[in-house]
Design a protein around this ligand. Structure first.
Ligand SMILES: [Fe+2]
Length: 280
């Protein structure tokens, strides 16, 4: 497994993922983050992906993403230890990271955010495709999410999403809060001096998404317009929501998460409260 990435078989890759996931089987929210001894092909995949993304970010990423990423300064030439990135993040913004064995259920994931903890994977994508990951790996979690969590505005938004998810009881409300998260903190686009720039984690951590996103259908960001929208996390996004500024994102989305509850979300679905979350 120390060899070049071309030599890693699917079986060896699966075994490696299971090994890394097993380290986090018993972690607690504020407990120590396991240390992973990363091997040659993992460092190589990290370097290749980070170099490609770094070049694209200068063109495609929103200014607040770039500033926050510069402050966190995740190494591009080797896989960092999650605990080192977490320590640096905590010293900048108060947010911290904790490892996750695999995808964390939505309620638990959001509950962690309310406690200023982002749950990150520690495994790296398949070496066959350094620029693509079909599910979130550590590169997605750190380059996409970690990089914005050094910014106070994003920290507020992540916390508010977590608090909203903790507040609701119905699955419908929880799923809708998750949908708002998807179209903003995962796939959000903002206009800067007339140009579309990505700030969502799924876009900024994916070379392919950055290549494709300007070809999507764009709609103005509003909470109510998300009610009837469906999405598929396994393909390039054909529909994205754009805001005129990050202030607008914070106004619309932050105030929705700050005040929503089961009743207000049920009202949105019934069409009885069409003024909730509309553009100001
Ligand atoms: Fe994500």
């Amino acid at each position: 497994m120390q060899g070049h990435r071309d030599q890693v078989t699917d079986t060896a890759y699966e075994k490696r993922r299971e090994e890394i996931a097993a380290l986090s089987a018993d972690v607690t929210l504020h407990g120590p983050i396991p240390v992973v001894e990363y091997i040659d092909w993992e460092h190589e995949v990290w370097r290749l992906a980070c170099a490609a993304l770094d070049a694209r970010h200068r063109v495609d990423a929103a200014a607040e993403y770039l500033e926050s990423a510069e402050a966190l300064a995740i190494p591009l030439d080797h896989v960092p230890q999650l605990r080192d990135v977490s320590d640096r993040l905590t010293s900048i913004s108060g947010f911290r990271l904790q490892s996750a064995a695999t995808l964390v259920p939505l309620k638990e994931f959001c509950g962690s955010l309310a406690n200023s903890v982002f749950r990150s994977t520690q495994y790296i994508r398949h070496p066959r495709a350094p620029l693509y990951s079909e599910d979130p790996d550590m590169l997605h979690d750190l380059v996409g999410h970690g990089n914005v969590l050094a910014n106070d505005r994003f920290v507020r938004l992540y916390r508010l999403a977590g608090e909203a998810a903790n507040r609701v009881e119905s699955d419908e409300a929880l799923q809708f809060i998750g949908k708002v998260f998807w179209f903003t903190l995962e796939c959000g686009v903002v206009r800067e001096r007339g140009e579309r720039k990505a700030y969502g984690a799924t876009l900024v951590s994916s070379y392919g998404e950055l290549d494709h996103f300007r070809g999507a259908e764009f709609r103005p960001l509003s909470i109510e317009s998300l009610v009837d929208v469906k999405y598929d996390i396994t393909t390039y996004q054909p529909l994205l929501f754009e805001a005129d500024s990050m202030n607008e994102v914070e106004d619309l989305v932050g105030s929705f998460w700050d005040t929503c509850d089961d009743d207000s979300i049920a009202a949105l679905f019934s069409g009885a409260s069409r003024s909730v979350g509309t553009r100001r």
